[in-house]
Design a protein around this ligand. Structure first.
Ligand code: ADP
Ligand code: MG
Length: 326
């Protein structure tokens, strides 16, 4: 750790505190996450979810883990540094974000999710604090709860912050999947428009109550599986009628509202995949750029080449590979 100058604390989360630091040799600014728990062997560290999942993911919209250091039984993760998280940005910015800003961020996040889900991982704790921003670039961070899709159910341990938690998790389903990330994204997109959480439940029961008061009580048609889940834990859904999302998120366009309600479908099987989301009309202004025309050899750029008359020329057909948000 003496290779780094520690500057300031930038975050204190569930599993560790995060510090801004500078690599003395290269001058590079990094974020160092010091884990709260002690680690007495390397094996223990290598098996951590955050290490296992991040090592397998290399994507421009997933925060890069540069090194893992174990010193005096303490564990440090060294990440590339990002300026702030999306929650801080919402709090600090007086006026609402424009739809273009929201579209650009979300387009990048869904590319990261498509990459992650296709590689068999889901995040499980998506929320504004875990999306890190530097200028127009956004990256998914905090893989402390990430899980392999093929890993053995039941999934019973602590999962995700309540306000972004999918209903099947609230109803204690023992098997769930990447659709929980899609639900969280619906809630996050709505919040980016209104600067207010969509479902700010004060307890798990209140969380379900808040969801019912917007989506309406689920029924055989909207979520038969949910009725079974509820019956199995002797839970009775509160009775509510659905309201129009435009009342709750009045500044969002029709396309945005349509996407939010698709993502926040009661039934996880009815939610879109990340690849489907990228083809939604909300992302119409975002283009796919073929690898041969990428102008950065190391990977992906954040802005498209200008003046090439891209619109309509390149399609979003090869989704899941390389995409740009405008
Ligand atoms: P936890 O598992 O404890 O929630 P996180 O990885 O989410 O830990 O980090 C907590 C906070 O620290 C984040 O919400 C963010 O504000 C800050 N942070 C984390 N990683 C970085 C980074 N790479 N660059 C800048 N800030 C970061
Ligand atoms: Mg976090």
């Amino acid at each position: 750790m003496e290779r780094y100058n520690i500057i300031t604390e930038v975050g204190d989360g569930t599993f560790g505190s995060v510090w801004r630091a500078i690599n003395k040799e290269s001058g590079e600014v990094v974020a160092i996450k010091k884990m709260k728990k002690k680690y007495f062997s390397w094996e223990e560290c290598i098996n951590l979810r955050e290490v296992k999942s991040l090592r397998r993911m290399n994507h421009p919209n997933i925060v890069k883990l540069k090194e893992v250091i174990r010193e005096n039984d303490m564990l440090f993760f060294v990440f590339e540094y990002m300026e702030c998280n999306l929650y801080q940005l919402m709090k600090s910015k007086g006026k609402p974000f424009s739809e273009t800003e929201i579209r650009n961020w979300c387009f990048q996040v869904f590319q990261a999710l498509s990459h992650m889900h296709q590689r068999g991982y889901f995040h499980r704790d998506l929320k504004p604090e875990n999306l890190l921003v530097t200028k127009e670039l956004i990256k998914v961070a905090d893989f402390g709860l990430a899980r392999e899709i093929i890993s053995e159910p039941p999934y019973t341990e602590y999962v995700s912050t309540r306000w972004y938690r999918a209903p099947e998790v609230l109803l204690q389903a023992s098997v769930y999947s990447s659709a929980v990330d899609m639900w969280a994204m619906g809630a996050i997109i709505a919040e980016l428009f209104s600067h207010r959480p969509l479902f700010p439940g004060s307890s798990e029961a209140d969380e379900i109550y808040k969801i019912c008061s917007i989506l309406g009580t689920p029924n055989q048609h909207t979520w038969a599986g949910g009725l079974q889940l509820a019956a199995s834990i002797h839970f009775q859904f509160p009775q509510s009628r659905c309201i129009s999302l435009s009342e709750v998120v009045p500044t969002a366009s029709e396309d945005a509202l349509n996407l939010i309600s698709w993502l926040c479908s009661w039934d996880p099987r009815k939610r879109p995949t990340a690849v489907e989301v990228l083809q939604h009309p909300f992302f119409q202004p975002c283009f796919y750029v073929p690898p041969s025309l990428r102008f950065r050899s190391t990977g992906y750029a954040t802005t498209p080449p200008s003046g090439l008359g891209l619109k309509g020329l390149w399609t979003r057909r090869m989704l899941g590979d390389t995409l740009w948000g405008l």
